[in-house]
Design a protein around this ligand. Structure first.
Ligand code: ZN
Length: 165
């Protein structure tokens, strides 16, 4: 599988719904979880499901998973974890320096081909509404490539219930 500069990500309606519901329910801390789906031969990510996980720090400015929580999902859905999401309830619309370090460590040093979603607040209910109307400005995706470094990945919202196969 070769990654290329024009790689993109698709997200199903069901996954998007779970994602927005989670960040709105945990609007005062960084909500976080796993993105499940598959990566195609061109290196595009196809997100079919979102799996929220506890933020063990319960922090508005930091998130971390419990390793055993990630392992449990990996055992249950082998090979289906293709990325991670977290929210920025304070509204920062780009990756923080901590985020960038994590992306480089996981993508480049550990060679785990995850995509990273950051959903920026504040989450007062309007975010979900905006998104349902097709606005995606508060959701950004990144991947740290070996050669090109950190890149923003374009996102496409699937408009039908038909899940990507
Ligand atoms: Zn962050």
């Amino acid at each position: 599988m070769r990654k290329h500069p024009s790689a993109r990500a698709t997200i199903s309606i069901k996954a998007r719904h779970t994602l927005y519901t989670d960040v709105c329910q945990r609007r005062y801390i960084e909500a976080c979880g796993l993105l499940l789906g598959h990566i195609d031969d061109l290196g595009n990510w196809h997100i079919e499901q979102v799996h929220p996980l506890p933020n063990i720090y319960n922090s508005p400015v930091y998130f971390e998973f419990a390793p055993e929580d990630v392992l449990a999902v990996e055992l249950d859905r082998p090979g289906e974890i293709i990325g991670v999401y977290h929210s920025h309830p304070g509204g920062l619309r780009v990756a923080s320096s901590t985020d960038r370090e994590n992306m480089e460590r996981v993508n480049k040093e550990q060679q785990i081909p995850w995509i990273w979603f950051i959903l920026s607040g504040p989450f007062n209910g309007r975010v979900q509404q905006d998104d349902e109307q097709g606005t995606s400005s508060s959701l950004i995706a990144y991947h740290h490539y070996d050669t090109m470094g950190l890149q923003q990945i374009s996102l496409e919202f699937e408009e039908t219930q038909d899940e990507h196969a």
